[in-house]
Design a binder for this molecule. Structure first.
Ligand code: ARG
Length: 307
């Protein structure tokens, strides 16, 4: 398997702070946006929405009184899975459990980097039992599982960009978890404060496009966090409130292809302008629980690239 085997650009030491940030992000952003983007083959973990429903409300998207079509959710999810397979990715599946309607959102199940997994600890009791299920799967799959010490909702709030871990807080993952995450993974953690309850997880407000670049909705972050994002990613793709309102930023990029909600047409055009291939998928049923493609997808990062 070749996973995360993208050749790294030259990394020189430099007194220039801009260069230091470049190094943390995985190298300077290529100046030519028209250059072909490079795909990295990935391994994903997904959970079939067999028991998907909206029976409680733990974010503003969820309305337990509105009807949900589980059969349609299953078809939409299957299209997402097939999209990944068609792109050449590996998709593993975890067995869904009855009584855990949000278990389809695999991104929240853990954070997996360098063959090491930090288990999740959910804020809400309704999702608590998902954490041990994901931890057990990861353990069986050979990952080194670390127990959570604080509330953290996995890759929903912890996103790797190059060597940096962007860590959201404000709604779910606690600030205390960020320090633990840094200890477990030995990557610099950058805390980002989320301020809009509709964008309660970092992955609803920001999408990692490759080792150097992100797309995000500035309005979803506190003024200080916006300034941090501007410094780290001066050439980020800025999403509009309309893109974010269809969960457009809840997208999955392999460095070249960006799988995103089909309704996010503005963001899709902006990404195409920057040389990414975009693939729209319709996950309207899952959006009723506040989830999109990224929420359904946990990235399994192996210990090292096998060349
Ligand atoms: N209903 C779920 C929750 O509120 C949705 C989780 C979406 N996952 C994500 N990675 N944003 O917890």
């Amino acid at each position: 398997m070749t996973l995360d085997a993208i050749p790294r650009p030259e990394r020189g030491d430099s007194a220039d702070p801009g260069r230091s940030l470049d190094r943390l992000r995985g190298g300077p952003t290529p100046s030519d946006p028209a250059q072909p983007r490079q795909q990295t083959r990935r391994r994903y973990l997904m959970c079939r929405p067999t028991y998907f429903a909206v029976t409680y409300a733990i974010n503003p998207w969820m309305d337990p009184t509105a009807p949900v079509d589980t059969a349609l959710a299953l078809r939409q999810w299957e299209t997402l899975r097939q999209t990944y397979l068609d792109l050449g990715h590996i998709v593993d599946e975890i067995e869904p459990l009855p009584g855990l309607p949000d278990m389809v959102f695999a991104a929240n199940g853990a954070t997996v980097i360098d063959g090491r997994a930090l288990a999740a600890q959910f804020r809400d009791p309704e999702r608590a039992d998902e954490a041990p299920a994901y931890a057990a799967w990861l353990d069986r799959a050979g990952f080194e599982v670390h127990e959570a010490k604080h509330v953290n909702e996995g890759e929903g709030d912890l996103l790797l960009v190059g060597d940096l871990l962007l860590a959201g807080t404000g709604f779910r993952t606690s600030h205390a978890a960020h320090a633990h995450v840094q200890e477990v993974f030995g990557r610099p953690v950058v805390t980002l404060q989320l301020v809009d309850p509709r964008f309660y997880h970092l992955d609803t407000a920001l999408c990692v496009l490759d080792d150097r670049t992100v797309a995000y909705l500035p309005e979803a972050f506190s003024p200080g966090s916006r300034a941090v994002l501007r410094r780290l990613f001066p050439d980020a793709v800025l999403a509009t409130p309309a893109d974010a309102a269809v969960l457009g930023l809840n997208a999955v990029s392999d460095g070249r292809h960006v799988v995103l909600p089909a309704q996010a047409t503005g963001l899709s055009a902006a990404l195409r302008d920057r040389g990414y291939d975009t693939i729209g998928v319709d996950l309207s049923e899952l959006r009723k629980a506040g989830g999109g493609p990224k929420c359904c997808t946990l990235v399994l990062r192996e210990r090292e690239a096998i060349k």
